[in-house]
Design a protein around this ligand. Structure first.
Ligand code: SF4
Length: 278
């Protein structure tokens, strides 16, 4: 879904610092949406399940490995009602048959999942009532967030998948450490790791803070960006960092006996890594 005139103008602001405040001031019954699509969930402990994705426009960060830089700027404003209708349309074949699978703790999980992602979805005020409405509609709802904004106002029925930004992202100083205090066992904490320095930092945070006692920990290998994904606005990887292969990363996790779940982005192995809408 590409932007149209007025919406493009509106979302162009998202590159400027302070955009989150600007959007918070806007009405919360509509949001700027980059794309809504149906695919296989490619990450987290929910990986492999069918999922409707709602990708919101805008992010105040510029991580070096960001593979959705197009969502910084492109989007169109949609009412909350229109978003819910579109999600319901995509979910209909599963919902009509009331298809479910057992969840992590044996609970019944209704399919498809619905994930709100970005960009940084919490940068738009309208995301909070949207998440509430998706839960009220009976969906199993996931939220992907950078960890840079306050996660407390999110509906407690939502499974929050929160990043802790590692050094190679160039955005490690944006981590909102207070968020760790409000994580629940139904949430997940993700480290995106591209370098040896990232790995060592993540390992020290996990063991030093005993993060695995809070919720499941995801260790996600950074899939290299294709030329088309390399946006000039992204932060550079700090000089001197050493790139890690997925094999090296997995072997380090095993050697250090870390209580974590290793993942690569499943959708990037199924489809071309820069394909949108999957
Ligand atoms: S927080 Fe996510 S969307 Fe924002 S720049 Fe980082 S990777 Fe990209």
């Amino acid at each position: 879904m590409q932007g149209v005139g007025r919406a493009r103008q509106m979302v162009r602001h998202c590159q400027a610092p302070g955009v989150a405040k600007e959007w918070r001031a806007m009405s919360d019954d509509s949001l700027v949406v980059n794309e809504i699509f149906f695919s296989v969930q490619g990450e987290s402990s929910w990986s492999g399940l069918p999922c409707v994705f709602v990708r919101l426009t805008g992010c105040p960060l510029r991580c070096s490995y960001c593979d959705t830089a197009y969502a910084f700027r492109e989007g169109r404003r949609m009412s909350r009602a229109a978003i819910l209708e579109e999600v319901a349309r995509r979910a209909r074949p599963f919902r009509e048959a009331d298809l479910r699978v057992p969840g992590r703790d044996g609970e019944s999980v209704r399919l498809p999942l619905v994930e709100v992602t970005g960009g940084e979805p919490l940068a738009q005020a309208g995301v909070l009532p949207l998440l509430r409405a998706l839960c009220d509609a009976g969906h199993t709802v996931l939220l992907e967030t950078s960890g840079a904004l306050d996660i407390r106002p999110v509906d407690p029925r939502v499974h929050r998948i929160m990043d802790l930004k590692c050094p190679s992202s160039g955005e490690a100083d944006r981590n909102r450490w207070e968020n760790l205090e409000v994580l629940r066992p139904t949430d997940e904490l993700k480290f995106v790791i591209g370098t040896v320095e990232d790995y060592e930092w993540a390992r020290d945070q996990i063991l030093g803070r005993q993060l695995h006692r809070l919720c499941p920990i995801l260790i996600s290998w950074v899939h290299p960006l294709t030329p088309a994904q390399q946006d000039p606005a992204l932060k550079p990887v700090p000089a001197g960092q050493r790139r890690l292969s997925p094999r090296e990363l997995a072997e380090r996790l095993l050697a250090d006996a870390l209580p974590v779940r290793f993942q690569t982005q499943l959708h990037k192995w199924i489809w071309p890594p820069d394909q949108r809408g999957v």
